[in-house]
Design a protein around this ligand. Structure first.
Ligand code: ADP
Ligand code: MG
Length: 319
C-alpha cells in the first residue's frame, strides 16, 4: 500500500511530540491548530527558517542531516535571543513519499527534539520540490530578550567558537575533497551546534546578540545598523579555521556563513561576570572587536590600518 499524507504524519511525525499531555500543550498534532500555554510572566519568542534543496543544503545531503540542520538553524535564532526553545511546527514539501528518507528525516528530528526537550505540535505535509520549514517558539522573561539593537558605544564584541568552518566544509564537498582532515569542516556544515546554553547564560551580561548565519561581517553589521553605532573588528584576534592558507582562512572567517556561532557585545561593568562565564564554558569565546561611534563595520589589521574586505555575507537574489 502506498503511503498517504495521514500515514506519514502518524507514522513519522506524531512520535516527535514527546509529552502530548505535558501541561503547557493542551492540544498538539491532530486538530486544526495546536494550543500551548505560556508560563507566567513570560513572553513568546518565535522564529522560522526554510531550507531548500540546492540552496541551503547541497543535493545528496542525508535526510537525517537535513532534519538536523532545519531544526538547528531555528534553535540558533532562539539562542541568539537568550530564550528557552520549546515548541515547533514542521512544513515539509516532498517530491515523493520515500520511507527510507522519512525514517532518516524523522530520526534526525526526533533525536534533536529529545535533546532540547522540544515538542512538535503541528505542521503541513505537501508534495513539491524538497523544502523544509520549521517554526520554533520558546519563551523568555518579560522584556529580557537579547536583541540586535542594544549594543552601546564602548562595548567589547565577542564571538563564540570559530566562523568560516562550515563554508570551508561546503567548498570541500563541492570540490569532492572528502579526506579525514576535511571531515570536521563538513560536519560543521551538516551538523551545526546552536549555542542555546550560551544564549541563556548571556542574559544580564550581554547587551546585543546575533547568531551568525550569513557570515561574520554581514551579521556584525546587522548589530551595528540596528544599534545605530559602528563596530571595529581586530583581524589578528579573529579565530581562523585551521587550514594552510592564512589569506583563505581569513576570507572564510570573515564571510563564510552557516556556522551558527553567536556574536555579542558586553559593557565594562559586566566584564567580570563574562570572564567567569568564559572560564566555566567549554566553548572558546574570543574578544574580536569593539563598538564605536563611527558608523559601519571596519576590520583593522596590525597598527590599526583598515583592511579592505570586498566580500560580505551570503544574500539571496544577488547575482
Ligand atoms: P488541515 O487540513 O486542518 O490543515 P492537515 O490535514 O494539514 O490539517 O493536518 C492534520 C494534522 O496533522 C494537523 O494537526 C497538523 O498540524 C498535523 N500535521 C500535518 N503535517 C504535519 C507535519 N509534517 N508535522 C507535524 N504535524 C503535521
Ligand atoms: Mg494542512
Amino acid at each position: 500500500m502506498p503511503l498517504l499524507e495521514f500515514d506519514v504524519i502518524k507514522q513519522y511525525f506524531s512520535k516527535i511530540t514527546r509529552t502530548v499531555n505535558s501541561s503547557d500543550i493542551p492540544l498538539a498534532i491532530g486538530d486544526d491548530a495546536a494550543i500551548v500555554s505560556l508560563p507566567d510572566n513570560k513572553e513568546l519568542v518565535i522564529c522560522t527558517d526554510t531550507l531548500n534543496e540546492g540552496v541551503h543544503f547541497p543535493l545528496g545531503t542525508s535526510a537525517y542531516d537535513i532534519a538536523y540542520k532545519a531544526l538547528m538553524v531555528n534553535l540558533s535564532d532562539i539562542a541568539a535571543m537568550g530564550a528557552v526553545p520549546r515548541w515547533f511546527t514542521l512544513n515539509v514539501s516532498l517530491p515523493q513519499l520515500d520511507e527510507a528518507w522519512l525514517d532518516g528525516f524523522s530520526n534526525g528530528l526526533a533525536e534533536l527534539a529529545a535533546h532540547y526537550h522540544l515538542d512538535l505540535i503541528g505542521g503541513d505535509t505537501t508534495r513539491g520540490p524538497l523544502s523544509i520549514t520549521i517554526t520554533l517558539a520558546g519563551h523568555i522573561n518579560n522584556n529580557n530578550a537579547l536583541t540586535r539593537a542594544s549594543a552601546k558605544i564602548g562595548d567589547k564584541v565577542y564571538l563564540s567558537g570559530c566562523t568560516g568552518e562550515a563554508a570551508y566544509g561546503l567548498a570541500c564537498l563541492e570540490a569532492f575533497t572528502l579526506l579525514p582532515v576535511t571531515e570536521y569542516f563538513i560536519s560543521r556544515l551538516n551538523r551545526p551546534t546552536a549555542r542555546v546554553e550560551l544564549g541563556l547564560s548571556l542574559l544580564g551580561i550581554a547587551n546585543a546578540c546575533i547568531d551568525i548565519s550569513d557570515g561574520l561581517l554581514a551579521d556584525v553589521s546587522h548589530i551595528a545598523q540596528a544599534s545605530g553605532c559602528g563596530i571595529q573588528l581586530y583581524l589578528e584576534s579573529i579565530p581562523l579555521p585551521d587550514i594552510n592558507d592564512v589569506e583563505q582562512a581569513r576570507d572564510y572567517a570573515l564571510s563564510g556563513g552557516d556556522d551558527y556561532e553567536l556574536v555579542f557585545t558586553v559593557e565594562e561593568k559586566n566584564q567580570l561576570a563574562l570572564n567567569k562565564l568564559i572560564s566555566d564554558s567549554d566553548l572558546n569565546i574570543t574578544c574580536i572587536g569593539e563598538v564605536v561611534e563611527q558608523l559601519g563595520v571596519r576590520v583593522l589589521g596590525l597598527n590599526n590600518q583598515i583592511i579592505n574586505t570586498a566580500k560580505s555575507g551570503y544574500q539571496h537574489f544577488s547575482e
